[in-house]
Design a protein around this ligand. Structure first.
Ligand code: ZN
Length: 414
């Protein structure tokens, strides 16, 4: 089980960075980001460019029915399940140059590096480009990897429409990525994903590598508070049934309770609607969302219970009706202990500063963790900013992430 610690196999940080910059030119935005919404013509051009690079690196390209791309490099024993890495190259409307693209191109850089050194792995290697990770144009997010693991059916994915009524199926055909490969029928022995952190922790802690131990679980709620609309002037402060005032008590508690569960607890109210929405009417109805996250399911359960009890309490105290509907539950996903350890060992062997971290964002790796031993490698991004055109990361950090990916994949594939 000893991995080759004194590996002379060095990735090229500059080649990786140049490829990232070249891909970013497709759909480049004024403020230095990229806009390649899933399955648009620009997404198609991005796919064409990257798959051409993959072919140039000697890989064979396989596309499944939902447009997931698998670039394969044969191993010495092709009967073994592939050691896979991957991510996505679709972006947010005002997306950056690194979210997703780094993971795919780091995988390509691993392959290019192995080619340079004439290294053949025992297990085959694959680099995946997952369809529609961002979920901006077509909902849900992480669509391609979700179909791959059987969370969504192929038919429902292909029938999904954007706001103009265009379907995933038709748009895949238009850009030439409606593949024939059945979805999900690939043997995956291990899955790695490199990604920018999309948060501020690594930068603040001055660490180069985030060893991702798993993802936060999340619970989403829709809350409706119903009081009574009354005139803001003649109605005294006592006896009001103010739905907004009452809602703010719940909102405060959501955030404060998450703060009590630092550093991993998260509590967010992101969307609020006030009815009737008039300056001089006491709000009669408010709807809002709650997003609770934590890596421990039992703490998430406490958050759930806290929310219910606070809602019950304020309903009584303020003579309003509070309805809590849970709309989503993703349990926390711990990554595979051995795989996480191999990422940690690779960081140590390379002499990179590193720390354990959990991911608060969803990634294709979180889906993949349900069918294969999975781990992720994070690198810092400037000021923790992502899903923004100014998203930035240094060539050195990106190169370090690709190096750790390379070493971890080599160890898994030998
Ligand atoms: Zn991403």
């Amino acid at each position: 089980m000893s991995s080759n610690v004194e590996t002379p196999v060095k990735v090229s940080a500059s080649r990786l960075y140049e490829s990232l910059m070249e891909l970013a030119r497709i759909g480049a935005t004024d403020k230095g980001g990229s806009c390649r919404l899933a399955l648009t013509e620009l997404d198609g051009q991005g796919r064409d460019l990257v798959t051409q690079w993959m072919r140039d690196a000697g890989m064979s390209i396989h596309v499944d029915q939902v447009g997931n791309i698998f670039a394969r490099r044969s191993g010495l024993d092709d009967s073994l399940p592939a050691v896979m890495t991957g991510s996505h190259i679709d972006t947010q409307p005002t997306g950056g140059k690194f979210d997703g693209c780094f993971g795919v191109l780091a995988g390509l850089e691993v392959i290019r590096t192995l080619n340079d050194h004439g290294i053949q792995t025992r297990a085959p290697l694959e680099v995946a480009i997952w369809t529609n990770e961002e979920g901006t144009r077509f909902v849900p997010v992480m669509m391609g990897s979700g179909a791959f693991i059987g969370r969504f059916s192929v038919d429902e994915v292909l029938a999904t429409t954007d706001k103009d009524g265009l379907t995933v199926g038709d748009e895949l055909k238009k850009i030439g990525y409606a593949g024939e490969l059945p979805v999900g029928q690939r043997a995956v022995g291990a899955y790695f994903e490199a990604h920018i952190e999309q948060g501020p922790i690594l930068e603040a802690e001055r660490k180069t590598i985030g060893v991702v131990t798993g993802s936060l679980g999340l619970r989403w709620y829709d809350i409706t508070v119903t009081g009574m609309e009354m005139h803001a002037g003649p109605t005294p402060m006592t006896g009001r049934r103010d739905a907004l005032y009452t809602s703010t008590i719940i909102m405060q508690d959501v955030v404060n309770y998450a703060r009590q569960h630092a550093p991993y607890g998260r509590g967010t109210v992101g969307l609020v609607n006030v009815f009737p929405g008039s300056r001089n009417v006491i709000p009669g109805k408010v709807t809002f969302t709650v997003d609770y996250r934590h890596p421990d399911a039992s703490v998430l359960q406490q958050m759930h219970e806290r929310l219910e009890s606070v809602c019950e309490q304020v309903a009584q105290e303020h003579n309003v009706e509070v309805k809590v509907t849970e709309v989503s539950y993703f349990p926390p996903t711990p990554f595979d202990v051995k795989m996480v350890q191999s990422v940690r060992e690779a960081a140590v062997a390379c002499g990179y500063s590193h720390m354990d971290i959990v991911t608060g964002a969803g990634h294709d790796a979180v889906h993949m963790a349900s069918i294969a031993p999975t781990a992720m490698v994070f690198v810092p991004c400037k000021d923790g900013i992502s899903h923004n055109e100014i998203e930035d990361a240094t060539p050195e950090d990106l190169g370090a992430g690709a190096q750790v990916l390379c070493d971890a994949m080599l160890s898994a594939a030998s």
